[in-house]
Design a protein around this ligand. Structure first.
Ligand code: PLP
Length: 405
């Protein structure tokens, strides 16, 4: 088996090289084994494939288009920049792709409830949507600090029929929300399914979420060739846990001619510990939430505080498959700081009429830098993972003045 093969499919224990696996209590391992077996079975089931294809087309609105940014390209003055428009999906981001998959899987496993954590509320909203669609109860754990900050998403989840559980201990943000949701899940793993929000957590979640998201790249590979006659020369996506990035990258990993860039959040600067979330850039291998990956951690293996202007990128770990792709150098991991991301947020809005999520603006910012170094014949395909409606109040309040608002 080549190194690249090992980067594409985990082994039976869920390892991509030395990363991934499943480090959980034995009682939970039994349940995870059941989930793995059922997933591997239904994944090949024509009925399930048909059902997924139906919801992707008729509900999510797939395929999402690819758009050539003519004015942005002209302004930047280098390679041609294209966007894969995941922001146009129902609910406004890529997360709905795997949430529908997880909800259908839960139903097939005979579960009645899906449970998860959320930080800014994006995963919570996508999961509450999928639960309403498929007919499951939904419980979302969220830190009290985030509940206060992200009021519209809290209300959205409640309108969709989900129960939002406030988490009141510790820093009252994402990490505590994960702990709390996990605890609630362990109380009854038989009737509930923990629906993870990215390509992280114990096996089989990194593989499963990656598979559900890979529809992005499968579509893009065909669409881009239709549009230009060639494969893209470069791919760019932001990396929090890494699901939208693997969604785009997977279909191109075997194409040697395609350069691939994963963009991590540099926050206030990667040289300042606690003020960024550039895990692959600055982290070291370790354990978090039941799996092995690069981590931003202290000398005792405790997660360090993280910061990014994009709350969806604010995680001290990263997917195990990314960790391995980093080691074998198939993907180049790079970073963009808060200021450059906000600048790209306004640039894309004002040159193309597309307001990106701040997460996605990290990818746009890197594409702008890359394009400047490349000839006009070169092409860059950016995964625009989500739309920026959720961010507008925050951006205007904190950065509006600089941009004349
Ligand atoms: C959650 C989110 C991300 C980060 O998650 P990944 O798993 O790294 O893709 C990126 N963009 C948007 C719009 C999100 O909502």
């Amino acid at each position: 088996m080549t190194k690249l093969d090992a980067a594409l499919m985990p082994d039976v224990h869920g390892f991509f090289g030395e990363y991934g696996g499943s480090f959980v209590p034995p009682q939970l391992q039994t349940i995870l084994d059941e989930i793995t077996a059922e997933y591997l079975r239904i994944k090949e089931d024509p009925e399930f494939k048909k059902e997924m294809a139906y919801y992707m087309k008729q509900y999510v609105g797939r395929p999402s288009p690819i758009f050539f940014c003519e004015r942005l390209t002209k302004k930047v003055g280098g390679a041609k920049i294209y966007l894969k428009r995941e922001d146009l999906n129902h609910t406004g981001a890529h997360k709905i792709n795997h949430c529908i998959g997880e909800a259908i899987l839960a139903k097939k496993l005979g579960k009645t409830k899906i449970i998860a954590e959320t930080g800014a509320g994006q995963h919570g909203v996508a999961l509450a949507t999928a639960a309403a669609l498929i007919g499951l109860e939904c419980e979302i754990h969220m830190g009290e600090v985030d509940i206060a900050k992200e009021h519209p998403n809290v209300v959205r989840m409640q309108i969709l029929g989900a129960k939002v559980v406030p988490v009141t201990h510790g820093l009252k943000t994402l990490k505590e929300a994960v702990d709390s949701a996990f605890e609630a899940y362990l109380k009854d793993p038989v009737t509930q399914l923990y629906a993870i929000g990215s390509v992280v957590g114990p096996h089989p979640f990194p593989m499963m979420v990656r598979d559900f998201q890979s529809v992005i790249g499968t579509e893009a590979r065909v669409q881009f060739q239709e549009l230009t006659g060639k494969l893209p020369d470069n791919l760019v996506a932001c990396v929090g846990g890494g699901s939208n990035a693997l969604g785009l990258f997977t279909a191109f990993l075997n194409d040697e001619s395609v350069n691939i860039y994963g963009v991590e959040p540099a926050g206030h600067g990667v040289e300042i510990p606690g003020k960024h979330a550039a895990t692959l850039t600055k982290g070291t291998p370790g354990m978090i939430h039941g799996f092995k990956c690069y981590n931003l951690q202290d000398e005792n293996g405790e997660p360090l505080p993280v910061h990014s202007v994009a709350s969806g990128l604010d995680y001290p770990g990263v997917g195990p498959q990314h960790s391995y792709l980093h080691d074998i150098k198939r993907v180049n991991y790079t970073h963009i700081d808060d200021n450059d991301a906000i600048d790209a947020f306004f640039t894309l809005s004002r040159l193309e009429g597309i307001i990106p999520a701040i997460e996605s603006a990290h990818a746009v910012a890197y594409a702008i830098k890359l394009a400047q170094k490349l000839p006009h014949e070169a092409t860059i395909l950016v995964n625009l993972s989500g739309r920026g409606d959720k961010d507008i109040d925050f951006v205007v309040e904190n950065f509006g003045k600089k941009y004349g608002i």
